[in-house]
Design a protein around this ligand. Structure first.
Ligand code: FE2
Ligand code: FE2
Length: 355
């Protein structure tokens, strides 16, 4: 075996070339709107039909989260599986159930669920109509660290399967090892007791200065313990838009209801516009200025926003300080762009329908 390596080029040049190539590859994966109608769904060994909006198992690899869509026919119970990453589900059609470590949760369109890391889970449908839901997970992030593990247990009863990985309880003492044991045990205690389900019927949307009304679906603010993925929903009034802003990170918007367009550009003016409609995912991950506008003069548009804030984007904020990672126009411009949402006669909340 060779123990000595000689290269003609310097470490500096190798690294520079590698970094440029890396970014070049990733720029090719970018897509601003992924139309739901362009996502093929294929039958899987789990018993579901699954399609990829964004992720390595489709045509567009991602770095932090992935976005998939699943269909569950009446009479089907999926296999049980678990993984080292966590996932957030958003139901868009039909009624079904999901069992998380043996706890059954019934859901309908508009409900959202958190599937914690290492929890055995499966879904079923006994309701006559095919159910459809989206999943957003931290799988790519874990894969970058070599920690993405998936285990399928088929239809083995959950009682016969091993529980989540064990951990040692905290011990007394002020040495670094005792501190670490205590700190990590506390963290796991908290992470294993988070909330699992938000029902559509409990949502209350609140007006924001950005011209929309919004609510959290799954977020630490309402008791969830996730890897950092958060899910919120906002509603844009007929003919209005959300005020322009920019940020990095894979922020995605799933269009639950309505149709409109988004402006994206390196400057607040002179960029491109992209049309979207119900069932599409809008991708805003290039630190471009962007604004989402509802083109329907009569109906509101509802959009579910997903990003990995509490872990990845918070870490980026620390590492990149003093770079600004969330930028809005000055308040008077923001408010003029957005319009006052309190002047809107918001409609009653009805559950999403499909198609
Ligand atoms: Fe899963
Ligand atoms: Fe945004």
């Amino acid at each position: 075996m060779a123990t000595h390596t000689t290269t003609a080029v310097s470490h500096y040049h190798v690294q520079k070339k590698r970094r440029a190539q890396f970014l070049e590859d990733w720029r090719r994966y970018r897509q601003t709107v992924v139309h739901g109608t362009d996502v093929p769904l294929l039958p899987t060994a789990r018993g579901l039909r699954t399609g990829v909006f964004a992720g390595a198992d489709g045509d567009r690899p991602t770095r932090s989260m992935d976005a998939l869509v699943h269909e569950l026919d009446q009479g089907v119970t999926s296999t049980l599986h678990r993984h080292s990453w966590d996932a957030m589900l958003f139901a868009v059609a039909g009624r079904g159930w999901t069992e998380i470590d043996g706890q059954r949760i019934d859901w309908g369109p508009g409900d959202s669920l958190h599937v914690p890391a290492w929890a055995w889970h499966r879904s079923g449908n006994e309701n006559g109509v095919t159910a459809r839901y989206l999943s957003f997970s931290s799988q790519p992030m874990l894969e970058t660290m070599g920690m993405a593990i998936l285990e399928d247990a088929g239809h083995t009863p959950v009682a016969e399967l091993p529980g989540r990985p064990g951990y040692s309880p905290g011990v007394d003492g002020d040495d670094p090892y005792a501190r670490r044991l205590r700190r990590l045990a506390r963290d796991q205690d908290a992470r294993r007791s988070g909330r699992l389900h938000t029902s559509w019927d409990d949502l209350e949307l609140v007006n924001t200065p950005r011209g929309t009304r919004t609510t959290f679906l799954l977020d630490r603010a309402i008791g969830y313990q996730a890897s950092g993925i958060t899910m919120a929903m906002f509603e844009i009034a007929p003919g209005r838009g959300q005020s322009m802003h920019r940020h990095p990170g894979e922020a995605w918007l799933y269009v639950v209801e309505g149709k409109g367009h988004s402006y994206l550009g390196p400057e607040p003016e002179g960029g491109e516009t992209y049309p979207w409609q119900k069932g599409d995912i809008i991708v805003v991950d290039h630190f471009l200025w962007h604004q989402h506008i509802n083109d329907d003069p009569e109906h509101t548009a509802k959009v579910v926003r997903i990003h990995m804030f509490d872990s990845l984007l918070e870490t980026m904020r620390v590492l990149c300080d003093p770079l600004v990672l969330f930028e809005e126009p000055p308040e008077h411009i923001r408010d003029a762009q957005a319009g006052d949402p309190s002047t809107v006669d918001w409609p009653a909340m009805t559950r999403p329908t499909w198609p």
